[in-house]
Design a binder for this molecule. Sequence first.
Ligand SMILES: Cc1ncc(COP(=O)(O)O)c(C=O)c1O
Length: 340
Amino acid sequence: MSHSNGSFSQKIKYLDPATCTPHFAWVKSRARNASGEEVVCERVPLESAARKFGTPTYVYSRASIDDAYRELHKGLGALPHTLCFAVKSNGNLSILKHLAEMGSGFDIVSGGELHYLQRIGVRGDRIVFSGVGKDRYEIREALNYRVHARGGGAGILLFNVESEAELEILVEEAERLAGRGGKPPAGAIRVNPDVQAGGHPHIATGKHEHKFGLDWPEARRLYLAHSDSKWIRWQGISAHIGSQITTLAPFRRALKRLAGFVGELRRAQIDLRYLDVGGGLGVRYSDQKPPTRAEYARLVSQMVRKLGVHLLLEPGRSIIAPAAVRKRIEARRLWWWTRR
Ligand SMILES: Cc1ncc(COP(=O)(O)O)c(C=O)c1O
């Protein structure tokens, strides 16, 4: 829906969020004495939210989050999978709680994010821990993670190991824990599939020269070296090639490589249960034309089905960005636009 706002300053690039954020729309104003249109999020006028909470106010559409989650979920069909929302993309506790209630798992990159999940009662077997530079304390916290109120075992679903140094710490900590009756943690190695993925150079992570993940020869060496370990159980392999990717081709290339790695490990008697393909699907901010979540999910499903693994997906932006606008009052005028 397009709209022209007479009070809008041409100096600021104006983007009408109603064109790319579903569940936000222009409607005839219901305010007393008003004659124009106003923006609503699921029938709630943004202006009233801004007046109530002050600005800047961040407004999220629950219906949009639900649609995004369900579209991915449905697109993956019968493939065994868990969507693990990337907490780094939005750590709002109400949003996390809502996603947990929908059945989402979570991908975290810090001890702080783990703490958020503990506060809202997310079970450890719904959490994967990614992220470069996890420190010993964070690893220990994740190994001992427990949601007291709900009982259950300690620990998390999967550690996505990003370096040999991190693996050493994880193994040391797991050994310490085993001395007190703990079980060996499940691990995956984040590999760098050496794939050029769209997005901005600063958020592309899947090429050999990027610091994220291990090159395959290095990853394979670590898988083999720890294949009989008493302190870690290899359960998965992971990759995340970047963010705001607006074509399917890089995902297709990365999945092909990952499938090859899974096969190679299987031939070496390392049979992985989880394939974690990260996040990265782009969204429309202005003139981008990303694939739909359903198209993306279908591609992933088709390529992963034959591997006989459980898929983990770590979507962030593709769930939360279309659900959000920020509203602020500036010079006594009301502006609103999409989050950047
Ligand atoms: C390891 C990992 N997983 C998932 C994500 C989420 O990516 P996106 O928000 O592009 O879906 C990121 C973001 O950088 C990431 O680093």
